[in-house]
Design a protein around this ligand. Structure first.
Ligand SMILES: C[S@@+](CC[C@H](N)C(=O)[O-])C[C@H]1O[C@@H](n2cnc3c(N)ncnc32)[C@H](O)[C@@H]1O
Length: 250
């Protein structure tokens, strides 16, 4: 259906509006139940396939959370549901931010999504965070260590990260990474093609990369899907919002 006109909006229920927003999007990555009977038709079901493995704390009361590569925001909304005080989401793809905002309206959420590349995060712009979520992004990056450096700067608590990996049987303990420019199978059954994958480290390599940034207590939480790790900042402090008097424009 075409986007509703202001006249349509006057006579439309919120549920009808939401349904149209979901249907009007050509692509969804996350499958999210936005309201009873309204589920985004994404091929990735984070509630089933990711949440049980990704180490999200049950109680996130009072946390300031950064969700890097949020896509349609499943983890942002989940963090808020678990009590996070403030959730800042970033994604480098404009359509992700637009779709995130449909979920934001559905959940009446205060989480905010920003069009921003992970390489551009800084304390000055976004402040610091008790918890940084870095799920499903590292393998998309040309410069994974640069991204981890930027994350280290804004994380004053815990980093939770997940990446696709490439394991060579018999060499799991050796730190290896496969450089994989070009297309790679993606989608639920490998039915899609993803041209945006560069580095596929093995789990040992991911752990060393995170340690090389001087994160502490680096721990592998799961090897499905890919590698899931938790690490701690050496300078523990509550996350704080950026100081607007020393804002990024100065
Ligand atoms: C595989 S999805 C992961 C989504 C979600 N974090 C999850 O785990 O379900 C990768 C997301 O990261 C975003 N992304 C890729 N490269 C990025 C970058 N350099 N900076 C910020 N976001 C990026 C993509 O646009 C996409 O929405």
């Amino acid at each position: 259906m075409n986007s509703p006109t202001p006249k349509d909006l006057n006579s439309m229920s919120f549920t009808e509006w939401l349904k149209i927003q979901v249907e009007n999007e050509k692509y969804w990555f996350h499958r999210i139940e936005l309201a009873p009977g309204i589920v985004t038709p994404g091929w990735s079901d984070p509630k089933e396939d990711k949440l049980p493995y990704f180490g999200l704390p049950e109680d996130m009361t009072g946390m300031r959370v950064l969700d890097i590569g949020t896509a349609e925001g499943f983890f942002s909304f989940e963090a808020e549901r678990r009590g996070a005080k403030e959730v800042v989401a970033i994604d480098s793809f404009p359509d992700s931010v637009r779709r995130f905002n449909i979920g934001r309206a559905a959940f009446n959420s205060k989480a905010t999504a920003h069009l921003c590349n992970v390489y551009d995060i800084s304390r000055k712009t976004f402040g610091t965070f008790d918890l940084v979520l870095f799920f499903g992004v590292l393998y998309h990056l040309r410069h994974p260590l640069l991204a981890l450096e930027k994350i280290f700067d804004v994380c004053t608590g815990t980093l939770l990260m997940q990446t696709a990996t490439h394991e060579v049987p018999g060499n799991e303990d050796v730190s290896l990474a496969k450089f994989n420019p070009g297309w790679m199978a993606s989608g639920k059954q490998g039915e899609l093609q993803d041209p945006t994958i560069f580095w596929l480290p093995n789990c040992t390599c991911v752990k060393l990369m995170v340690q090389a940034m001087e994160f502490q207590n680096v721990e592998v939480l799961s090897t499905i899907p890919g590698a899931v790790l938790r690490a701690e900042s050496p300078t523990k402090a509550p996350g704080i919002a950026p100081d607007q008097t020393k804002a990024p424009w100065s």
